[in-house]
Design a protein around this ligand. Structure first.
Ligand code: PYC
Length: 312
């Protein structure tokens, strides 16, 4: 299996460019369903240890029947599939350009949750136009063990997020263990309280906000991803969910720029346009850098052919 690795503002993406499974025909959502049902061991082979690691996000290049799309993309991490992934879309566009397979300019990809547009501005800079984002619930209150009362919004940005009003600690790398523990307790409390996204969808991402480090940034975030990983970047779908909440509160006008910093200091520039019915179309710009190309191998004698996750 041929892969190309990159990072987007610090968050890794492993793009599978050849040797992936035969997912048959149909929409990318349908192909993603087949990947989950019939090829889950292959997902783990690609992103889990010992070939990958806890933070690794996979993007599988697949067929699309949509004539206006360059390709399909299916996203996953060490736990399972993701609906959309902003940083990995940026990483995939930069990697495809590096391989000579995507020219500078505008393109579309089909993802499991809809079409997204990308503008490849140069070899590293990409702006994505995400699927419509919206706030589902405002000021949800719940009690979290170890944290006490917590208030936040539930929003969709291509994945489901709980955006917490009060961070339990400053958003700095030294506090990552405390932020991990708090965000995991919060996610468990959401599940226990039956707080979900639309149609009962589970909320698998939790976002805390704090003061930015850079003068040009408006905020710094910490994002818990499905499983036990946190986003090293400011999270494309998380920034989209944030824009939806800012728009719903009248705190950011359409077209104005919101600079979201991630826990490691990387930045996304976000803006939006109105999509009607309280929805927005988020536009997120960030940079990705190719870090390597590899052929993933499976030795018949390998005792860990499908990888493993060592995270608690
Ligand atoms: O950038 O949307 C994102 C993302 C989701 C999970 C990890 N990164």
């Amino acid at each position: 299996m041929e892969v190309i690795d990159s990072h987007t503002e610090g968050e890794p993406t492993r793009l599978v460019v050849a040797g992936g499974p035969d997912l048959g025909r149909g929409s990318v959502a349908r192909q993603a369903g087949r990947l989950a049902q019939d090829f889950d061991a292959l997902r783990r082979f690609i992103v889990c240890e010992p070939r990958g690691h806890e933070a690794m996000v996979g993007a599988l290049l697949c067929e699309t029947a949509e004539r206006d799309c360059a390709a399909g993309l299916i996203f996953f991490n060490t736990t399972g599939l993701l609906g959309m992934c902003g940083h990995a879309t940026i990483g995939a566009a930069v990697s495809l350009h590096h391989m000579g397979r995507l020219a500078l300019g505008q393109h579309r990809f089909e993802t499991p949750v809809g079409k997204v547009a990308v503008t490849l501005k140069d070899a590293n800079s990409v702006e994505i136009e995400n699927v419509p984002a919206y706030r589902h619930r405002k000021d949800v209150k719940l009690e979290v063990r170890g944290l006490g009362p917590v208030t936040g919004d539930v929003a969709w940005g291509g994945n489901w997020f709980f955006l917490c009003k009060d961070a339990p600690a400053a958003i700095t790398p030294e506090n990552i263990p405390a932020l991990m523990q708090a965000s995991q307790a919060l996610r468990a409390a959401l599940t226990a309280a039956g707080i979900t996204g639309a149609e009962g969808a589970s909320i698998d991402h939790v976002e805390f906000f704090g003061a930015p480090g850079a003068a040009e940034a408006h905020s710094r975030n910490f994002v818990l991803c499905p499983g036990s990983a946190f986003d090293r970047s400011p999270c494309g779908t998380g920034t989209s969910a944030k824009l939806a909440c800012l728009a719903a509160d009248g705190a950011l006008k359409a077209g104005d720029t919101w600079v979201q910093e991630g826990i490691m200091g990387g930045r996304f520039r976000g803006r939006y346009r109105e999509a009607g019915d309280g929805r927005i179309i988020p536009m997120i710009e960030g940079r990705a850098f190719v870090t390597g190309t590899a052929t993933l191998l499976r030795d018949p004698a390998d005792p860990f052919p499908h990888g493993f996750s060592a995270a608690a």
